[in-house]
Design a protein around this ligand. Sequence first.
Ligand code: UDP
Length: 311
Amino acid sequence: MKCLVTGGAGYIGSIAVKELITKKHEVIVVDNLSKGIKKLVNKKAKFYKLDLTNYKSLSKVFQKHKPEIVMHFAGYKAVEESMQNPEKYSDNVIGTANLLKCMNENKTKKIIYSSTAAVYKPHNKTVTETDELEPNNYYGETKRICEQMILWFSKIYGIKYTIFRYFNVIGDGGLNYIDPEATNVLPIIMEVVMNKRPELQIFGTNYPTRDGTCIRDYIDVIDLVDAHIKSLNKANNEIINLATNSGTSVKELVSEVEKALNITVPKKNKGRRAGDPPTLVASNKKAQKLLKWTPKISLKKSILATYKAYN
Ligand code: UDP
């Protein structure tokens, strides 16, 4: 299949590109390299450095390659930054609008879209796909708007979609991606382990959870990419959570790292970070059923893979 991958030089996209090439698909990558790393893009993929907000350039790529399917990973994803610089995050919407226009103009059949747990109205029960949406930050809102645009383009033009709502993605797919501006907890812990930061700040220890710290559903990036590959010809017009159905608190994550690496991680209890829901854990029943997919990689394995990437 001829597949255009946006954000194909990034953390998740670069692994998806590698897997697509392994499975003999023809791959075209577009990435603005704001956080992507060019050398991670598989040499067999055609690469274009461009920003999705540039409709003219994007349109040329579509006209030249006529992709049959799009995997859309590109987007800004830091929650806190989205509340300080919303203009930047509006590009998530503009880029997706341009992409859908190009898809329609060039008869691209399907989009596989990276959405997020941040579209849901926070609650403490296991999240299912039919739960109420109410993002509490602008990042989540841009993703919800993009989801809605995709649904409308599907309704009006018949473009097929699989929308994946990611929970907390961790691990490494063998390409050793290092986040140049780490904001997520495991990369930050690794920076502490590598002496690039003095300590891990634990954001909030008085949440209504088993040990007072936030609980998240950590899913390995290899399992996540596997679901994307499986959705190339399955799960059309579906919205699907990608998660493990099990939660780990920040304190539990730190102690898993300490056990796995046989070290002590310097840490300090801090106040809550604005906008953090206490618990985010999702059911993955729908993914299991529709994709014949199940996450296979343990938390320990994800930690060891991330550690290897940092070494
Ligand atoms: N967290 C933390 N210290 C950090 C970064 C994150 O305690 O330096 C916590 C954060 O408050 C949340 C969890 O780790 O409860 C996961 O945060 P992350 O930013 O990785 O992902 P999010 O759940 O916000 O998407």
